[in-house]
Design a protein around this ligand. Structure first.
Ligand code: CA
Length: 437
């Protein structure tokens, strides 16, 4: 979760890339289960509602569904499954008593794909001067802690601070929604039921262990200083201050920052390797090469004429890729595998570039130098789907019509641009949409 913000269809923040995959699966399973009216009733829905519980995930706002009574009935059915998973009856009954149905959580969950922002609009907020200034103060206050975490986990303090800064404005906005209520609502509501039920069980185990007094967080159940989902807490949270609790929620950020470092280390963080550097591409550069799928030794990029944005030779941190997150008229980056490690927090390029750029600023390095094509606006969800539909009909397989500009869609845009003699940067612009008739 990016500090109360959502990003163009890939806003599964808070250490939940795996969850998004699981969620695809759980959608299918639930779709098959819930068409049986008897079962839907057993799960606490009216039979008539069963058909609307699982709309097309991108169909936009559906009529309000679910109710407090429905949730209460669902909780009764859920109790045996939670107990089977090791939650004690006493914990379950105390924690789940009075859990409230929250229609706003459902609404937000449904609408997140509709949200569209360009990378430059996102970066304006994510790496604002305010966030940089607050971050420098936060680092100053926590310098000794960050140094100890860096020494133990091999993740630079400024990177941890950048994640902390984006996820909760350095602990200022940790979310005050009751996590159990949010997760129960989403598990009951069903669109990603299996995924959220597993998260709810993990959350109950946090309560069971007495790790925190009151578990509150943001809308989708991510919580604490660095917005961990409960399942990420289970796997990666550490007790860094040694008080016996793995507490990501209290005023002291020690456990949260160390847990985040532990998470990044687990996914292969390499200390000393930048996330990326801003570069310039030479005249006539083959834009087919600008994708994470093309990985080359730095010497090859150098030989092709790529330089840092200040004109210097490229620093060699091993094989990397060239990324143009705002198309060929925006900033270009040479990225290294640490970029993919940050993607484990949130897969959106804009998120990763924001973390990288904020960490650079917090370390006293320069921010992004190049401009962006600010006159372009982001495609709406409807336009993104239209783009995919037209690409498919023109013979360029976009990998589905879901509004997500994933690798297959980007590759299809590139192929179309190439066929039409345009710069094949893969950027889904209005121009490309207009040319696809
Ligand atoms: Ca602790």
């Amino acid at each position: 979760m990016t500090g109360g913000e959502s990003w163009g269809g890939a806003s599964w923040g808070g250490a939940m890339k795996g969850g998004a995959r699981l969620f695809e699966k759980s959608c299918k399973i639930l779709r098959s289960i819930l068409v049986a009216p008897g079962l839907a009733v057993a799960l606490g829905f009216g039979a008539g509602q069963a058909q609307t519980i699982l709309p097309d995930p991108l169909a936009g706002v559906e009529e309000a569904m679910g109710s407090q009574a429905g949730l209460d009935a669902w909780v009764q059915g859920f109790r045996s499954r939670a107990l089977e998973a090791g939650v004690s009856p006493a914990t379950f009954d105390a924690a789940m008593r009075g859990v409230e149905f929250n229609p706003k959580v459902v609404e937000r969950d449904r609408n997140q794909n509709e949200f569209s922002k360009t990378i430059w609009d996102y970066l304006d907020t994510a790496v604002s001067e305010d966030r940089v200034a607050l971050g420098l103060k936060a680092i100053e206050r926590n310098r000794a802690l960050l140094e100890r975490v860096e020494a133990e986990y091999g993740v630079e303090g400024e990177v941890l601070a950048a994640i902390w800064g984006l996820e909760s404005a350095y602990g200022t906005y940790r979310g005050d929604l009751p996590v159990l209520g949010s997760l129960a609502t989403l598990a009951y509501e069903g669109r990603r039921g299996a995924f959220f039920e597993a998260e709810l069980i993990a959350a109950l185990q946090i309560v069971e262990g007495g790790h925190v007094e009151r578990l509150s967080g943001s809308w989708a159940g991510a919580s604490g200083h660095t917005q961990f989902m409960p399942s990420s807490w289970q796997k990666f949270a550490v007790d860094f201050d040694g008080d016996g609790k793995r507490n990501l929620w209290g005023d002291d950020p020690a456990d949260a920052l160390a847990s985040t470092a532990n998470y990044l280390r687990h996914w292969g963080w390499t200390k000393g390797q930048p996330w990326g550097v801003e570069v310039t591409l030479p005249e006539g550069f083959d834009h087919d090469q600008t994708t994470e799928r093309v990985v080359k030794p730095v010497a090859e990029w150098q030989a092709m004429g790529v330089r840092t944005v200040s004109g210097a030779d490229l620093p060699d941190h091993g094989p990397g890729s060239i990324l143009l997150p705002g198309g060929h008229r925006g900033a270009a980056f040479l990225i290294w595998p640490n970029f993919q490690v940050i993607e484990k927090y949130n897969t959106a390029d804009a998120y990763v570039v924001a973390i990288g750029s904020l960490s650079d600023r917090l370390a006293g390095r320069a921010g992004i130098q190049s401009g962006w094509p600010r006159e372009l606006r982001a495609l709406t969800l409807e336009e993104r789907r239209e783009l995919q539909d037209r690409l498919g009909r023109a013979g360029f397989d976009p990998g589905g019509v879901d509004g997500r500009m994933g690798p297959k869609t980007v590759a299809a845009v590139k192929a179309f641009q190439k066929a039409r003699g345009l710069v094949p940067d893969g950027y889904p612009s209005l121009e490309v949409l207009g040319l696809l008739r």
